[in-house]
Design a binder for this molecule. Structure first.
Ligand SMILES: CC(C)(COP(=O)(O)OP(=O)(O)OC[C@H]1O[C@@H](n2cnc3c(N)ncnc32)[C@H](O)[C@@H]1OP(=O)(O)O)[C@@H](O)C(=O)NCCC(=O)NCCS
Length: 436
């Protein structure tokens, strides 16, 4: 077997948990016409087809911004905005309708491709579009009439769900229909957020220009909670944007994850969804995936988490003093600044093996893949320290670790220092995992 064969097999296996996690989940994906008319769009279509075939329920929302700008320029007209929102007069509205119709047909055509020897071979995607979104006029603000610019009034989520149940991809143009038979121009970024809320989507993905949300030093912010957005704005560390605003609102109304992904980066959406090495920025409704190095001020929280488990004999007892000495080897997992998980990685001087110890998730959060996430972080740290394997001594979670790739081992395989300290009364099982 060649190295690239084994890399492929390793990659495919490592994607398996994500394939299971995402199956049956609803993702709303927004992109602009600049992407549709670029040479990157074919790759995106292939990736969307793959997501559909993996059982992900997809709602695609497109914008027509570039088409409108080009037309206005060609006709010597200026774009008019008020509070960052486009004013749409009757002529512009006709253009929006034309642009949206063309885009819809173009996207449907691309999703219908089924040429052999391409990623679209045998894809047979069904695409559905329709009057799922009702709109109302944005109205008059500060004496400025937005005319045909609209706001979402309601989303026919039941009809969309039926289409998704039928494995169809739902395609939503930036248009909304009113009860009076009028059509309104909608901002596709906020429309995507409204749809994600109405469908209680698991993810809202924006394919944007640029790598994600940047801080004032132009560094990428990989993740943040929606509750952090305001304070970062006030401190001037990030700039207000349409995406940020929509992401914050979506999270406030129950969407768990909003992702800003670079539309230029090939396969970024797959990397984001099927590997731990995501790209772009993730704005989350809760902080459950914040895992960080523990500090002394975390000791009370760690003790509160592990003391009940020590009393039950699940974990070995640790005094506060011992914890203080070892705190640097601990990672903690937080939700809303409360410690809900912890783990330590103890190294040994002469061998490339470390002990995964004091591994615990608060019982209230069991079964939400937090343990898996914590383990993955610990493994990444171990790999970064050039360790070859990690072991755990456990009395009650043997099967859990075996399911996560650990194998039964023996006392003999442990580093000498650990062997000498082994507590024969606890009869803990020794489990070892080779890091690849
Ligand atoms: C082991 C532990 C960390 C798992 O945390 P978690 O966040 O619930 O784990 P996940 O959500 O990733 O996995 C949940 C799955 O593992 C299973 N599971 C949980 N604990 C298990 C155990 N002790 N043995 C076998 N399976 C277990 C659950 O049934 C669930 O399976 P399912 O969803 O397929 O039904 C957590 O149960 C814990 O803190 N245990 C006490 C501390 C401990 O034993 N530590 C190990 C010694 S250091």
């Amino acid at each position: 077997m060649t190295e690239s064969d084994s890399q492929f097999i390793h990659w495919f296996r490592s994607a398996a948990p994500y394939i299971r996690v995402h199956r049956g989940k609803t993702f709303v994906v927004q992109f602009d016409d600049a992407l549709v008319y670029s040479d990157k769009f074919s790759e995106l279509v292939h990736d969307l087809a793959l997501l559909n075939s993996l059982g992900i329920r997809l709602v695609l929302v497109f914008g027509a911004r570039q088409s409108i700008e080009v037309w206005l320029n060609e006709n010597g007209q200026d774009s008019s905005f008020h509070h960052g929102v486009r004013l749409t007069d009757a002529d512009t509205m006709e253009l929006v309708k034309t642009a949206a119709g063309r885009l819809r047909v173009e996207i449907e055509a691309r999703l219908s491709l089924g040429i052999g020897n391409t990623p679209m071979s045998n894809a047979k995607l069904l695409v559905s579009s329709g009057n799922y979104v009702s709109a109302k006029p944005a109205g008059i603000v500060d004496g400025v009439d937005y005319q045909f610019t609209g706001k979402v009034r309601s989303v026919d989520h039941d009809s969309i769900q039926l289409k998704l149940d039928n494995n169809e991809i739902v395609l939503i143009p930036p248009l909304g229909y009113s009860v009076t038979g009028e059509v309104f121009n909608l901002n596709s970024v906020s429309l995507a957020a409204d749809l994600a809320v109405a469908l209680q989507a698991d993810k809202l993905i924006y394919l944007i220009e640029g790598s994600g949300l940047l801080d004032c030093n132009n560094e990428l912010i990989a993740q943040l909670m929606h509750t952090e957005v305001n304070s970062l704005l006030v401190k001037g560390e990030i700039e207000e944007s349409n995406y940020l605003d929509a992401a914050r609102q979506a999270c406030q109304q129950g969407v768990k994850r909003v992702q800003l992904i670079d539309r230029e980066q090939s396969g970024a959406i797959l990397q984001e969804l099927f590997s731990r090495d995501g790209t772009g920025t993730m704005i989350s409704a809760s902080s459950y995936d914040i895992v960080r190095q523990a500090a002394n001020e975390d000791i009370p929280g760690i003790l509160a988490l592990i003391e009940p488990l020590e009393k039950q004999g699940v974990l070995v007892e640790r005094s506060r003093e011992k914890l203080e000495l070892e705190i640097e080897s601990f990672q903690v997992m937080l939700r809303d600044n409360v410690i809900i998980g912890c783990a330590a990685l103890h190294r040994f001087s002469s061998v490339r093996t470390a002990e995964l110890a004091c591994f615990a998730v608060h019982p209230e959060y069991h079964g939400q893949a937090m343990g898996e996430q914590l383990l993955s972080t610990m493994e990444s740290h171990a790999k970064a320290s050039q360790l070859e394997n990690i072991f755990v001594l456990t009395t009650q979670a043997e099967h859990w670790f075996i399911e996560k790739g650990f194998a039964e081992s023996t006392l003999e395989a442990l580093p000498v220092e650990k062997k000498e300290l082994y507590n024969y009364q606890r009869k803990s099982r020794v489990l070892m995992k080779t890091l690849v």
